[in-house]
Ligand binder design. Sequence first.
Ligand code: MG
Ligand code: MG
Length: 249
Amino acid sequence: MIVRKSKGELETMREGGRITAACLRMLAENARAGVTTKDLDGMAEDFIRSRGGKPEFKGYQGFPASICASPNSMIVHGIPGSYRLKDGDTISLDVGVRYEGFVTDSATTVAIGEIPPDAEGLLSTTRQCLAAATEQMRAGKKLGDVGYAIQVLAEARGYGVVRDLVSHGVGRKMHEDPQIPNYGRPGAGPRLLPGMTFAIEPMITLGSYDIRIDERDGWSIYTADDSLAAHYEHTIAVTEDGPWVLTAA
Ligand code: MG
Ligand code: MG
Protein backbone atom coordinates (compact mmCIF):
# COMPACT_ATOMS: atom_id res chain seq x y z
CA MET A 1 0.00 0.00 0.00
CA ILE A 2 1.29 3.45 -0.87
CA VAL A 3 0.88 5.65 2.22
CA ARG A 4 -0.38 9.17 1.46
CA LYS A 5 0.63 12.02 3.74
CA SER A 6 -1.49 14.94 4.87
CA LYS A 7 -0.55 18.52 4.07
CA GLY A 8 0.72 18.94 7.64
CA GLU A 9 2.80 15.78 7.38
CA LEU A 10 4.31 16.99 4.11
CA GLU A 11 5.23 20.25 5.80
CA THR A 12 6.98 18.30 8.56
CA MET A 13 8.82 16.28 5.93
CA ARG A 14 9.85 19.53 4.24
CA GLU A 15 11.35 20.75 7.52
CA GLY A 16 13.33 17.52 7.83
CA GLY A 17 14.21 17.73 4.14
CA ARG A 18 15.83 21.11 4.71
CA ILE A 19 18.14 19.52 7.29
CA THR A 20 18.97 16.72 4.86
CA ALA A 21 19.69 19.23 2.08
CA ALA A 22 21.83 21.43 4.30
CA CYS A 23 23.78 18.39 5.50
CA LEU A 24 24.50 17.30 1.93
CA ARG A 25 25.60 20.80 1.00
CA MET A 26 27.93 20.88 4.02
CA LEU A 27 29.36 17.49 3.02
CA ALA A 28 29.88 18.57 -0.59
CA GLU A 29 31.81 21.63 0.62
CA ASN A 30 34.02 19.48 2.84
CA ALA A 31 34.61 16.65 0.37
CA ARG A 32 38.07 17.39 -0.99
CA ALA A 33 41.39 15.63 -1.50
CA GLY A 34 42.88 14.34 1.75
CA VAL A 35 39.58 14.03 3.63
CA THR A 36 38.49 10.52 4.63
CA THR A 37 34.95 9.27 4.28
CA LYS A 38 34.96 8.66 8.03
CA ASP A 39 35.70 12.38 8.54
CA LEU A 40 32.63 13.21 6.45
CA ASP A 41 30.51 10.73 8.41
CA GLY A 42 31.42 12.38 11.70
CA MET A 43 30.60 15.83 10.34
CA ALA A 44 27.24 14.61 9.08
CA GLU A 45 26.23 12.98 12.34
CA ASP A 46 27.11 16.10 14.35
CA PHE A 47 25.29 18.30 11.85
CA ILE A 48 22.09 16.25 11.84
CA ARG A 49 21.89 15.81 15.61
CA SER A 50 22.62 19.50 16.25
CA ARG A 51 19.52 20.33 14.24
CA GLY A 52 17.21 17.98 16.08
CA GLY A 53 17.36 15.15 13.58
CA LYS A 54 18.56 11.58 13.78
CA PRO A 55 20.78 9.92 11.16
CA GLU A 56 18.39 7.27 9.90
CA PHE A 57 21.02 5.04 8.33
CA LYS A 58 22.87 4.44 11.60
CA GLY A 59 21.86 1.00 12.82
CA TYR A 60 19.55 0.42 9.84
CA GLN A 61 19.79 -3.35 9.36
CA GLY A 62 23.08 -3.07 11.19
CA PHE A 63 24.60 -0.33 9.01
CA PRO A 64 27.40 1.16 11.14
CA ALA A 65 27.48 4.80 10.01
CA SER A 66 25.38 7.94 9.48
CA ILE A 67 25.93 8.36 5.74
CA CYS A 68 26.75 6.20 2.77
CA ALA A 69 29.92 7.28 0.98
CA SER A 70 30.55 5.49 -2.30
CA PRO A 71 33.53 6.52 -4.44
CA ASN A 72 34.05 5.96 -8.18
CA SER A 73 32.79 2.55 -9.34
CA MET A 74 31.00 1.98 -6.03
CA ILE A 75 27.36 2.77 -6.75
CA VAL A 76 25.82 2.97 -3.27
CA HIS A 77 25.93 1.76 0.37
CA GLY A 78 29.62 2.47 0.98
CA ILE A 79 30.55 2.35 4.67
CA PRO A 80 32.56 5.45 5.64
CA GLY A 81 36.07 4.54 6.76
CA SER A 82 39.74 5.10 6.01
CA TYR A 83 39.26 5.82 2.29
CA ARG A 84 40.96 9.14 1.60
CA LEU A 85 39.54 11.23 -1.23
CA LYS A 86 41.91 12.22 -4.02
CA ASP A 87 41.72 14.55 -7.00
CA GLY A 88 39.87 12.94 -9.88
CA ASP A 89 37.53 10.92 -7.66
CA THR A 90 33.80 11.12 -7.71
CA ILE A 91 31.82 10.15 -4.63
CA SER A 92 28.15 9.51 -3.99
CA LEU A 93 27.13 10.93 -0.60
CA ASP A 94 23.78 9.67 0.67
CA VAL A 95 22.01 11.06 3.73
CA GLY A 96 18.81 10.00 5.52
CA VAL A 97 17.40 12.12 8.33
CA ARG A 98 14.57 11.24 10.70
CA TYR A 99 12.86 14.39 11.97
CA GLU A 100 9.60 14.58 13.92
CA GLY A 101 8.81 10.99 12.97
CA PHE A 102 9.45 11.28 9.23
CA VAL A 103 12.40 10.34 7.07
CA THR A 104 13.83 12.26 4.13
CA ASP A 105 16.46 10.67 1.93
CA SER A 106 18.74 12.45 -0.53
CA ALA A 107 22.04 11.90 -2.30
CA THR A 108 24.45 13.75 -4.53
CA THR A 109 27.61 12.84 -6.41
CA VAL A 110 30.54 15.17 -5.88
CA ALA A 111 33.60 15.62 -8.09
CA ILE A 112 36.90 15.94 -6.20
CA GLY A 113 39.06 18.42 -8.07
CA GLU A 114 39.24 17.94 -11.82
CA ILE A 115 37.48 14.91 -13.27
CA PRO A 116 37.63 13.63 -16.86
CA PRO A 117 35.04 14.82 -19.40
CA ASP A 118 33.33 11.42 -19.54
CA ALA A 119 32.84 11.52 -15.77
CA GLU A 120 31.46 15.08 -15.99
CA GLY A 121 29.04 13.87 -18.64
CA LEU A 122 27.85 11.01 -16.48
CA LEU A 123 27.22 13.24 -13.46
CA SER A 124 25.45 15.83 -15.57
CA THR A 125 23.22 13.26 -17.24
CA THR A 126 22.33 11.59 -13.92
CA ARG A 127 21.25 14.98 -12.54
CA GLN A 128 19.17 15.48 -15.67
CA CYS A 129 17.62 12.03 -15.17
CA LEU A 130 16.51 13.01 -11.66
CA ALA A 131 15.11 16.30 -12.96
CA ALA A 132 13.23 14.50 -15.75
CA ALA A 133 11.80 11.99 -13.25
CA THR A 134 10.77 14.81 -10.92
CA GLU A 135 8.86 16.43 -13.77
CA GLN A 136 6.75 13.24 -14.02
CA MET A 137 5.76 13.30 -10.33
CA ARG A 138 2.29 14.65 -10.96
CA ALA A 139 -1.14 13.46 -9.92
CA GLY A 140 -2.55 11.19 -12.63
CA LYS A 141 0.82 10.09 -13.97
CA LYS A 142 1.97 6.49 -13.45
CA LEU A 143 5.11 5.25 -11.76
CA GLY A 144 6.19 3.71 -15.07
CA ASP A 145 6.35 7.25 -16.48
CA VAL A 146 8.89 8.13 -13.79
CA GLY A 147 11.17 5.17 -14.52
CA TYR A 148 10.83 5.65 -18.25
CA ALA A 149 11.91 9.30 -18.02
CA ILE A 150 15.16 8.19 -16.37
CA GLN A 151 15.82 5.27 -18.67
CA VAL A 152 15.18 6.98 -21.99
CA LEU A 153 17.53 9.86 -21.20
CA ALA A 154 20.37 7.71 -19.84
CA GLU A 155 20.20 5.04 -22.52
CA ALA A 156 20.06 7.61 -25.34
CA ARG A 157 23.55 8.61 -24.23
CA GLY A 158 24.80 5.03 -23.98
CA TYR A 159 24.84 4.79 -20.19
CA GLY A 160 23.74 1.86 -18.02
CA VAL A 161 20.67 2.18 -15.79
CA VAL A 162 21.18 0.07 -12.67
CA ARG A 163 18.28 -2.37 -12.37
CA ASP A 164 18.93 -4.29 -9.17
CA LEU A 165 18.59 -1.17 -7.00
CA VAL A 166 15.46 0.94 -6.97
CA SER A 167 13.82 4.18 -5.98
CA HIS A 168 11.23 3.81 -3.21
CA GLY A 169 8.40 5.18 -1.13
CA VAL A 170 9.52 7.09 1.97
CA GLY A 171 7.77 8.54 5.01
CA ARG A 172 7.46 7.21 8.54
CA LYS A 173 9.81 4.50 7.33
CA MET A 174 12.84 4.99 5.11
CA HIS A 175 11.65 2.28 2.73
CA GLU A 176 7.91 2.28 2.17
CA ASP A 177 5.98 0.74 -0.69
CA PRO A 178 6.43 0.70 -3.56
CA GLN A 179 9.79 -0.18 -5.01
CA ILE A 180 10.25 1.93 -8.13
CA PRO A 181 12.58 0.71 -10.89
CA ASN A 182 14.61 3.46 -12.53
CA TYR A 183 13.38 2.17 -15.88
CA GLY A 184 9.90 1.38 -17.06
CA ARG A 185 7.08 1.62 -19.54
CA PRO A 186 5.07 4.82 -19.93
CA GLY A 187 1.56 4.46 -18.58
CA ALA A 188 2.39 1.33 -16.53
CA GLY A 189 2.26 0.83 -12.78
CA PRO A 190 0.42 2.56 -9.94
CA ARG A 191 -1.20 5.95 -10.48
CA LEU A 192 0.33 8.90 -8.63
CA LEU A 193 -1.93 10.70 -6.17
CA PRO A 194 -1.46 13.81 -4.03
CA GLY A 195 0.25 13.06 -0.72
CA MET A 196 2.46 10.27 -2.05
CA THR A 197 6.15 10.72 -1.23
CA PHE A 198 8.96 8.97 -3.05
CA ALA A 199 12.74 8.91 -2.84
CA ILE A 200 13.73 8.95 -6.51
CA GLU A 201 17.33 7.90 -7.01
CA PRO A 202 18.71 7.17 -10.48
CA MET A 203 21.95 5.17 -10.41
CA ILE A 204 23.65 5.45 -13.79
CA THR A 205 26.91 3.96 -15.05
CA LEU A 206 29.44 4.53 -17.81
CA GLY A 207 29.29 0.80 -18.56
CA SER A 208 26.91 -2.05 -17.90
CA TYR A 209 24.14 -1.99 -15.32
CA ASP A 210 25.21 -5.20 -13.59
CA ILE A 211 26.24 -4.90 -9.97
CA ARG A 212 28.58 -6.67 -7.56
CA ILE A 213 28.25 -6.70 -3.78
CA ASP A 214 31.47 -6.60 -1.79
CA GLU A 215 31.40 -9.82 0.19
CA ARG A 216 33.92 -8.52 2.72
CA ASP A 217 31.54 -5.96 4.21
CA GLY A 218 28.23 -7.15 2.80
CA TRP A 219 27.18 -3.57 1.98
CA SER A 220 29.26 -1.86 -0.68
CA ILE A 221 27.75 -2.24 -4.13
CA TYR A 222 29.94 -1.72 -7.20
CA THR A 223 29.41 -1.83 -10.92
CA ALA A 224 30.25 -5.39 -12.00
CA ASP A 225 32.53 -4.08 -14.76
CA ASP A 226 34.15 -1.45 -12.47
CA SER A 227 32.86 1.37 -14.66
CA LEU A 228 32.15 4.72 -13.04
CA ALA A 229 28.74 5.20 -11.38
CA ALA A 230 26.74 8.31 -10.44
CA HIS A 231 23.83 8.62 -8.01
CA TYR A 232 21.50 11.51 -7.21
CA GLU A 233 18.41 11.35 -5.03
CA HIS A 234 15.63 13.59 -3.81
CA THR A 235 12.60 12.97 -1.63
CA ILE A 236 9.67 14.31 -3.65
CA ALA A 237 5.98 14.70 -2.84
CA VAL A 238 3.15 14.57 -5.35
CA THR A 239 0.83 17.52 -4.65
CA GLU A 240 -2.22 19.13 -6.27
CA ASP A 241 0.18 21.78 -7.52
CA GLY A 242 2.79 19.42 -8.97
CA PRO A 243 6.01 17.92 -7.67
CA TRP A 244 7.35 19.26 -4.37
CA VAL A 245 11.05 18.49 -3.84
CA LEU A 246 11.17 18.09 -0.06
CA THR A 247 14.97 17.82 0.00
CA ALA A 248 15.61 20.88 -2.17
CA ALA A 249 18.10 23.40 -0.76
MG1 MG B 1 19.44 7.62 -0.03
MG1 MG C 1 16.85 6.04 -0.96
